[in-house]
Design a protein around this ligand. Sequence first.
Ligand code: AR6
Length: 188
Amino acid sequence: MPKSGKINCGDMLHYDFEQTEIILLQDDITKLPVDAIVNAANSSLLGGGGVDGAIHRSAGKQLLEECKTLFGCNTGDAKITKGYQLPAKYVIHTVGPVWNDGKYNEDNLLTSCYQKSLELALLHNIKTIAFPNISTGVYHFPKNRAAIIATHTVKTFIKAHPHAFQQIYFVTFDEENYSLYQKLLRTA
Ligand code: AR6
């Protein structure tokens, strides 16, 4: 069950996929009362800008203290902490690849971020999870390519684990990502 409350958001689109509801919304991920939100972190796991900065600000200092005990995270991998002052119970920190013309395994590393995050969620019996658009900010991964990877990887995982998740959220921050996801999700 979500930690608290009900999510009310105007621009929220729902797609039934197998036993899981995929939800697209444009919002601040730190506001969501889901079991887990995913953080687009860097390999230090000690905070930064963008969504990472917003998550650390909202969660409070205890999040940084727990992150210090994790000794970083490799690109493409994921680690979990509590959510502290966030409405979400957990934060899953994953490290996306920096886009470098696609010559450095970026596609596979981004796929791995979504996969490893979902595997960790499964281990912790997380039923509702929200993803930001990993690597599409300061790491400059092309947005359309990242959205194709995100939606494909999540759907593949759902097919392999049809009873694992009640709801998986794609939380976009900008219009461009919102319409890219909308196009991709409405085609089965
Ligand atoms: N809620 C949802 N999405 C957000 C929010 C928010 N509050 N804030 C930003 N976004 P970025 P990256 C979107 O740059 O590219 C950090 O400094 C944003 O519009 O946060 O993976 C880390 O410490 C974009 O679409 O992450 C790393 O050093 C998406 O989140 C580095 O940035 C990801 O943008 C990671 O870069």
